[in-house]
Write a protein that binds this ligand. Structure first.
Ligand code: ATP
Length: 221
């Protein structure tokens, strides 16, 4: 199967970091920005780098943008350009369109006009940092929907040496332990008798408010 081809529009911190990461992973990346200097800076790291204004339909057509499997729109401050670009890309039939939003309203508009995924990097990173501050044991936080999330948590002291049955996390906190990571091994759907060891990482799913209660109880561990 041919490797996916990506186009990234907007070489701010977010866009250029995506373009670099995809390129380092071995994917073909087309980087686009109106700013000539930004294009020069990224050109050595990606397959193609083009200085162009993506609010111009003909330009996007000429770049063959619809042949890319995924297009990421990482235009930030200029919300109008971000919306126009998204609208044109959608019209041109790009298979998968991922767009960075500045705020909730911008995000709503992007979803309405057909962005396949809207991302809020600052908000999401803020959430992660906040969870890490509540409990340094929290390693990662993934929002599944407005109500549900997954957390990755270093096994708190109080849980070590106990099994899931003893901890009774589901009944007490209405959260489910999806997996236990031990060294490099991932124990998916662990059994009630599986014992949690020092340095294990718990992957837990639940409603945000239930996860919050769980985090607070185990914050000190
Ligand atoms: P970050 O936080 O990721 O650094 P930002 O939110 O500050 O980004 P901007 O710097 O406003 O975002 O925009 C990102 C890039 O998008 C800029 O380099 C800008 O030149 C580029 N850009 C803006 N409008 C267009 C456009 N119409 N076509 C192509 N690139 C554009």
């Amino acid at each position: 199967m041919a490797k996916k081809q990506f186009a990234v529009i907007g070489m701010g911190r977010f866009g250029s970091s995506i373009a670099n990461a995809l390129s380092n992973l071995g994917f073909e990346v087309l980087a686009i920005d109106t700013n000539e200097q930004k294009i020069q800076e990224i050109s050595a790291s990606v397959t193609h780098a083009v200085s162009a204004d993506t609010t111009d339909e003909d330009t996007l057509r000429a770049l063959g943008i619809r042949n890319f499997d995924v297009v990421v729109v990482a235009i930030g401050a200029d919300i109008q350009s971000s919306i126009l670009t998204t609208l044109i890309l959608k019209d041109l039939g790009v298979p998968r369109l991922i767009v960075k939003a500045q705020n909730e309203l911008h995000g709503k508009v992007l979803s309405k006009i057909g962005a396949d995924k809207v991302i809020f990097p600052e908000r999401d990173m803020g959430l992660r940092v906040a969870h890490h501050l509540i409990s340094p044991n929290i390693l990662d936080f993934i929002e599944l929907s407005d109500d549900y999330s997954i957390i990755e948590m270093r096994a708190p002291l109080q849980t070590i040496g106990k099994n899931l049955k003893q901890l009774d996390i589901r009944a007490k906190y209405k959260c489910n332990v999806l997996a236990i990571k031990t060294d490099n091994h991932m124990n998916i759907s662990p059994y009630a008798e599986d014992i949690i060891k020092d340095n294990d990482i718990l992957v837990i799913v639940g409603k945000n408010e239930d996860l919050k209660n769980f985090e607070i109880v185990y914050a000190e561990g």
